[in-house]
Design a protein around this ligand. Structure first.
Ligand SMILES: [Zn+2]
Length: 205
C-alpha cells in the first residue's frame, strides 16, 4: 500500500498540475479515444507507457496473454467482449490493436501444455491459444523461437476472432474500423508491427 500511496502523491505533485485542465475537459465532455488496445495483464507491458499516451487517448482492456475470446451468445460474464462492444458501439474507435509481448507467461504455458497446476480459471482461458499452437506443432516447444512464433500467431488468432463479432465485422466492412497487431519485446523495448498482407512482424523504427 505504501508504494501505491507514494506513487499517487508523486502523480498529484508532478503530473496533476500539468494535466489538470485536460482531466477537467475529459470529465466535462467525456472520453473519445480513437483506439482500443487489447493488452496482456503483464506488469511490464503498459500500453500507456509504451505509446506515451495522454489521459483520454487509449481505451484499454488487459487480460492474461492479450486474448480475444470467440464471439459467444448467451449467458456468461464476457469481460473482454464487453469492453470490445463498448469501444466499438459507444466510443466508435477507429482502430483495435492487439498488443502482444515477448516473455509472455500465458503463451509460455500454452506452448508447454502446462495446465498451470490446479488453476480454477487460468488453464481454461489459456486454452484459447490452442488453435494457434496447433499451427506451430512442427516446432520444438523448448526452442525460444517457438515461443516468439506462438506469441505472434496468437496475436493473429485474436485478430481473426475479433472478426467473429458481428458489430466488429460490420464496422470493418463499412470502412470505419481497422484491426492491427503488434508485439512489444520486453528485453529491449522494441515494438514489432504486424504486416497483415504478409503475416510477418517487423520492427518499428
Ligand atoms: Zn503476457
Amino acid at each position: 500500500m505504501r508504494q501505491l500511496i507514494d506513487g499517487y502523491r508523486r502523480f498529484r505533485g508532478n503530473h496533476w498540475p500539468e494535466y489538470r485542465d485536460l482531466y477537467r475537459e475529459l470529465s466535462r465532455y467525456g472520453q473519445k479515444p480513437p483506439t482500443l488496445i487489447i493488452a496482456c495483464s503483464d506488469s511490464r507491458v503498459d500500453p500507456g507507457s509504451i505509446f506515451d499516451a495522454q489521459p483520454g487517448e487509449i481505451f484499454v482492456v488487459r487480460n492474461v496473454a492479450n486474448l480475444v475470446p470467440p464471439y459467444e451468445e448467451g449467458d456468461g460474464l464476457h469481460g473482454t467482449s464487453a469492453a470490445i462492444e463498448f469501444a466499438v458501439k459507444v466510443l466508435n474507435v477507429d482502430m483495435i490493436l492487439v498488443l502482444g509481448h515477448g516473455d509472455c507467461g500465458g503463451v509460455s504455458a500454452a506452448l508447454k501444455g502446462d495446465p498451470l497446476g490446479d488453476s480454477e480459471f487460468l488453464a481454461k482461458w489459456i486454452e484459447l491459444i490452442n488453435p494457434a499452437r496447433a499451427k506451430l506443432a512442427h516446432l520444438d516447444p523448448a526452442d525460444p523461437a517457438a515461443k516468439e512464433a506462438l506469441e505472434c500467431e496468437s496475436i493473429k488468432l485474436s485478430i481473426e476472432r475479433l472478426m467473429t463479432f458481428p458489430f466488429v465485422a460490420a464496422a470493418v466492412a463499412a470502412g470505419g474500423l481497422v484491426l492491427e497487431g503488434a508485439r512489444f519485446r520486453v528485453f529491449d523495448g522494441r515494438l514489432e508491427w504486424l504486416d497483415k498482407t504478409t503475416g510477418e512482424f517487423s520492427r518499428v523504427e
